[in-house]
Design a protein around this ligand. Structure first.
Ligand code: SAM
Ligand code: SF4
Length: 331
């Protein structure tokens, strides 16, 4: 079986947000206060997540990414991953984390089978880290990165959201890091979603970021087949790592978008930039037989794919205002 949307895109990638809460408050992702956390019983149980994932994999999803909020703060998340690995046909599970708890979770995640982690790291400066995350400690993230590296996680991808006037002066330092270490540094365009205080004036287009990177090191584009999802990757001449650029704003990748998102409260979201969501909980919790639930999921997945837009229509003069913060959507 395969899932296709109305624009003939094959959908084989599901991002599952296991929790909307986070132990950080990144300036670009969520406001410091005033974000209501979902009540416990609104969040899908692990049983329900497995149920949806099982249906999705049976119908053509081959890759799952676990995200949040901060996925590692949900108790039992490693057990969930172990169970997901048992779904026949699922080829790959990866995780996106802020890294603060990774030191303790790296070993259990590795033992569960995870090899690929994306770690968000927007600065190499401890003071700036505190400013951007409002409450984190960069030492914890480094401890997580080093533990993951020592265990053999590969590749280690570091996601840096480039914020003009805030951390863009650190681009050379990230390039030096990719020269010295075998990390994939991924420079992500900031998306002004209306959630936090940061808006368009902090947006820096990828072509400016590439120019800054090229001032610091020789780079050459890697062939398209080694691109990493939406990231356009470049080799750094003489370096151990690589750099990649993710450009959701300036050069969106909607034509090749292969993903669906499952929010922590059980809604299918077919586009990051569209608040149209399909609620799965009524079907999951109606007490029906497996067959009835599967039939319900079939109809709801179909509906979600019907509404997957051909592309987002972000207009640079009009900032989108999403109903949810990125922490609520899963990034
Ligand atoms: N808490 C985890 C983390 O930070 O990696 C996972 C969830 S977070 C929402 C997923 C990704 O979304 C992170 O790499 C984060 O930097 C990115 N993100 C959040 N808000 C963003 C924004 N406004 N623009 C671009 N990327 C954003
Ligand atoms: Fe939390 Fe990740 Fe959002 Fe930062 S980007 S506030 S770590 S969910």
């Amino acid at each position: 079986m395969a899932l296709f949307d109305l624009h003939h895109r094959r959908i084989n990638y599901l991002r599952i947000s296991v929790i909307d809460r986070c132990n950080l408050r990144c300036l670009y992702c969520m406001p410091e206060q005033g974000v209501d956390a979902l009540p416990h019983d609104e969040i899908l149980t692990y049983e329900e997540i497995i149920r949806v994932a099982g249906y999705a994999v049976c119908n053509g999803i081959t890759k799952i990414r676990i995200t949040g909020g901060e996925p590692l703060i949900r108790r039992g998340v490693v057990g969930l991953i172990e169970r997901l690995y048992r779904i026949p046909g699922l080829v790959d599970i990866s995780l996106t984390t802020n890294g603060t708890l990774l030191k303790d979770y790296a070993r259990p995640l590795f033992d569960a089978g995870v090899r690929r982690v994306n770690i968000s790291l927007d600065t190499l400066d401890p003071v700036m880290f505190r400013r951007i995350t409002r409450q984190g400690s960069i030492e914890d993230v480094w401890a997580g990165i080093h533990t993951a590296e020592a265990l053999g996680f590969a590749p280690i991808k570091l996601n840096m959201v480039v914020l003009k006037g805030v951390n863009d002066h650190e681009i050379p330092a990230f390039v030096r890091l990719a020269l010295e270490k075998p990390y994939h540094i991924r420079f992500i365009e900031f998306m002004p979603t209306g959630a936090g205080p940061y808006q368009m004036d902090h947006y820096m287009p990828t072509h400016d970021t590439i120019a800054r990177v090229a001032e610091c090191a020789g780079i050459s584009p890697l062939p398209p087949h080694v691109n990493d999802g939406p990231a356009k990757r470049y080799r750094i001449l003489g370096g151990r790592g690589s750099v990649g650029f993710i450009s959701p704003m300036s050069s969106h990748f909607c034509d090749t978008c292969n993903r669906l998102r499952l929010t922590a409260d059980g809604r299918l979201r077919s586009c990051l930039f569209s608040d149209r969501e399909i609620h799965l909980k009524p079907v999951l919790r109606n007490g029906g037989s497996e067959k009835v639930i599967d039939e319900g999921l079939r109809l709801l997945f179909h509906e979600a794919l019907q509404y997957k837009p051909a592309g987002h229509k972000i207009n640079f003069n009009k900032i989108p205002h999403l109903d949810r913060t990125m922490s609520g959507i899963g990034g």
